[in-house]
Ligand binder design. Structure first.
Ligand code: NDP
Length: 482
């Protein structure tokens, strides 16, 4: 089967229900950080693949003009991608125009309507602070620009279950659910998409992918850097809201879901939401929140801050497949390495043959998905006999590294996601019900956060986090730091 055939079969590409292409892209907040870091490079890459071919209108309150916008786009491409291909940039620049206006003024939206008057299916990217989403959605509705259109929003999708519901309510006044594209950039990562391909394109895995053979699953997202001057932002968020409720629970769903029944985006999204519905809300007594020493001295951080820069927790998925298998999640800043890994640990084999051999031989097998960091790939840890007269075993790795096999040239998450939103492929975007379920899962700890444990910068978090997994054999630290 062709590569695209596999992807379509997994519901990653085909979306029969709504696959019309957008014919104009409007970027609200085009002067901001996200546009500079992610959106201009993605647009440039789409232009290079001949997938843009439509007017791109940047809207902002700043009094820029077309030339200033094009200069900013160039600056961004150089900063993020290192160089500019002039022919590609000319295509991007030719589609860009700027519209100045306040996001709450009817006049801005009247002028925008004139500006894109020939578009029947505009797509609106809200690269603006969430506090402005509501008024922009209302103005899009009042001006009629919403009709036939789509909207793309960025996390955070609320701060808790109640605010996520409120956000969904006012977005739904202007757009039906199928026209709302909530970006979780993790879902655009090649390595994260490969979780589904690896699971469902390899016949040997599915028969052993359940509670009978798997002992536990661990996901670690570690960053070796601190809040990097963004203490003010972090004080409002913390690790649970920043990466667990969204990115890491999406990874859990990809590891735990049943095979989708068909090729439509909804088939895949239905399976994910089933995982979330089967997941118990987290128990604060099975959660450890940490804060690196020195965080309270960061700029714009409360000297008595109780915000977590680290969180570790144990999840239970009460489904036929997973009952009794703990899913551990751990995420933090200022840790021993920068890495993103998921480990699937299989059950220990009986020791019969090795009864006379000192523990720990043989160790349990595990699959290590290296989803981010320097060395993305997959390893299967197996036991092999150490040469010699005795029956001694040692773990050995069967490995695959993306760069070695496929080279380092991979599609960036934002290019994939922006391209998918333009084309109407919704599989890689978070649906309302899954967003609300994930808030429901983390809500007990938001309400009852418990104490903060301090940890040394450059460590694996507070010792209390080790205790959480000790009964299940402890954490597997990411490979480069193991
Ligand atoms: P910025 O703070 O850079 O704001 C983007 C633009 O919005 C600004 O350039 C400004 O444009 C306008 N703006 C800022 N504050 C206000 C305000 N109070 N009222 C009206 N307009 C305002 O945001 P980002 O670009 O960082 O983020 C955009 C969205 O993406 C947000 O929802 C954010 O949560 C999300 N996000 C951002 C990430 C990032 O890496 N930056 C990562 C993940 C999500 P002007 O004044 O010219 O109109």
């Amino acid at each position: 089967m062709s590569e695209s055939g596999h992807l379509a079969g997994l519901g990653l590409r085909t979306d029969t229900a709504r696959a019309f292409r957008s014919d104009a892209l409007v970027l609200f907040g085009v002067t901001g950080d996200l546009a500079f870091k992610k959106l201009f490079p993605a647009l440039y890459q789409l232009a290079g693949d001949d997938r843009l071919n439509m007017p791109v209108v940047g809207v902002a309150r700043s009094s820029w003009n077309d030339e200033r916008l094009r200069a900013r786009a160039r600056e961004s491409v150089v900063a993020q991608l290192g160089s500019v291909d002039e022919a590609v940039f000319a295509k991007l620049a030719g589609s860009l125009s700027f519209l100045n206006g306040d996001y709450q003024s009817a006049d801005t939206f009247r002028r925008l309507r004139e500006h894109i008057s020939s578009a029947e299916h505009p797509i609106f990217y809200l690269a603006i602070p969430p506090s402005v989403f509501e008024s922009v959605a209302a103005c899009l509705e009042e001006s009629g620009l919403n009709r036939g259109g789509r909207v793309v929003i960025e996390k955070p999708f609320g701060r808790d279950l109640a605010s996520a519901r409120a956000l969904n309510d006012y977005l739904h006044r202007a757009f039906p659910e199928e026209a709302i594209y909530r970006i979780d950039h993790f879902l655009g990562k090649e390595t994260v998409q490969n979780l589904l391909v690896f699971r469902f394109a390899n016949g040997l895995l599915e028969p052993i992918w359940d509670r009978r053979y798997i002992a536990n699953v661990q996901i670690t997202m570690a960053e070796s850097f601190d809040v990097q001057g963004r203490g003010g932002f972090y004080e409002e968020v913390g690790a649970l809201r920043d990466v667990v409720q969204n990115h890491l629970l999406q990874v859990v769903a990809l590891l735990a879901m049943e095979p989708p029944i068909g090729v439509d985006a909804e088939d895949q999204r239905d399976e994910k939401v089933k995982v979330f519905r089967a997941t118990r809300s987290i128990d604060p007594s099975q959660t450890v929140r940490g804060q690196y020493k020195g965080y309270r001295s960061e700029a714009n951080v409360d000297p008595d801050s109780q915000v977590e820069t680290f969180v570790a927790l144990r999840l239970s998925i009460e489904s036929w497949r997973w009952a009794g298998v703990p899913f551990f999640i751990r995420a933090g800043k200022n840790m021993a390495s920068t890495s993103l890994e998921a480990i699937v640990e299989f059950k220990q084999p009986p020791k019969l043959l090795f009864a006379d051999v000192d523990s720990p031989s043989p160790q349990a097998n595990h699959l290590r998905f290296r989803l981010g960091g320097k060395d993305e790939g997959i390893n299967l840890s197996l036991q092999a006999k150490v040469p010699g007269g005795q029956i001694l075993t040692r773990p050995v790795d069967l490995g695959f590294a993306y760069d070695e096999v496929f080279g380092s040239d991979r599609m960036e998450a934002y290019e994939r996601l922006l391209g998918d939103a333009i084309d109407g492929h919704a599989a890689l975007f978070a649906r309302q019900d899954s967003v609300e379920q994930t808030w429901r899962i983390v809500e007990p700890v938001l309400r009852n956060p418990g104490p903060i444990h301090h940890y040394e910068p450059g460590s694996w978090g507070p010792p209390a986090a080790d205790q959480l997994a000790v009964r299940d054999g402890g954490w597997h630290n990411p490979k480069e730091a193991a």
